[in-house]
Design a protein around this ligand. Sequence first.
Ligand SMILES: *Cc1c(COP(=O)(O)O)cnc(C)c1O
Length: 340
Amino acid sequence: MTTAIIDIRSDTVTKPVPGMRRAMAEAEVGDDVLDGDPTTRRLEERTAELLGTERALFFPTGTMANQSAIWALSSPGSEIFAHDDSHIVNWEMAGAAALAGVQVRLVTGGPRITRESFARAVRPPSRDAAHTTLLCLENTHNGAGGMVTPVDELAALSAMGRDLGLNVFLDGARLWNASVATGTPLAAFTACADATMVSFSKGLGGPVGAALAGRADVIEEAWMARKRFGGGMRQSGVLAAAALYGLEHHYDRLHEDHANAARFAEIVGEAPRARPVKPDTGIVMIDLIGTDSGTLASAALARGVRVSVWTATRVRAVMHLDVTRAQVEHAAMVLRDLLS
Ligand SMILES: *Cc1c(COP(=O)(O)O)cnc(C)c1O
């Protein structure tokens, strides 16, 4: 008998469960570019209600939603602020430059933006410097291992940005996790931004999909950007049905991923050559001592555990609905052995 691989590279590896596939097959649909898709409308209304925003718009991916938000909230030839380890900077193909025509001024130092690092990145206004239009925040912060920015701090960052005349965007792909981990209502986070992106294909287990939620005028601008970027979708209700199913059935279990992450980090941390970062949510970053991440990832795979190579000396493991507590503990023990 072959044992199944335990894949904890990302919470994006989850496959649609049978109930989700049934909801997709049975979705009521229409042409969303012509007269509207009823299931997509239901998802957008439900998302806006959950996030406490005026409107929400469904996107095929979080990346397209982020890029549409940057397009809507900045202007060509201006600067936008983003953390140097943010998704927008690392994994979106320089889209801010290529699509919105903006230059990113990196906020550096520390695992995520703080008031101090943001203040350091701001330059005094000058007619010889590009003007600045947008502050991009990320919560939870993926590159920092799913780190939560508490809502008070997010509000303070947002207020600093607004005082400088900036729009504020929140990449909240895993905002669900921030809310579950802190007990802070989603609406308190989204109130800090003009628009917020949330993902349906991470912890919620959908096959694809994201939403941009925020002020109605911003969402209307983003609608145009989505169309321009090729994201006007027809019978999108098949996908929206999966997202609705994820909200309904998988939101309330996210705390299990967080508990699994804590247990995973605890077991791996018993190894002398592992330094796991204590997780806020479902992502565990492990810094390695005396070995490199490629070597460790290959050795783990040979023993049936798949983790992500994050940097030369850091691997990432993400808990999700397709791994049980027993599998998480088994995977952690494999890494503990390899790092002992
Ligand atoms: C996954 C992710 C995205 C992009 O979402 P896709 O649907 O994969 O394009 C954006 N930001 C963060 C923080 C993410 O984790």
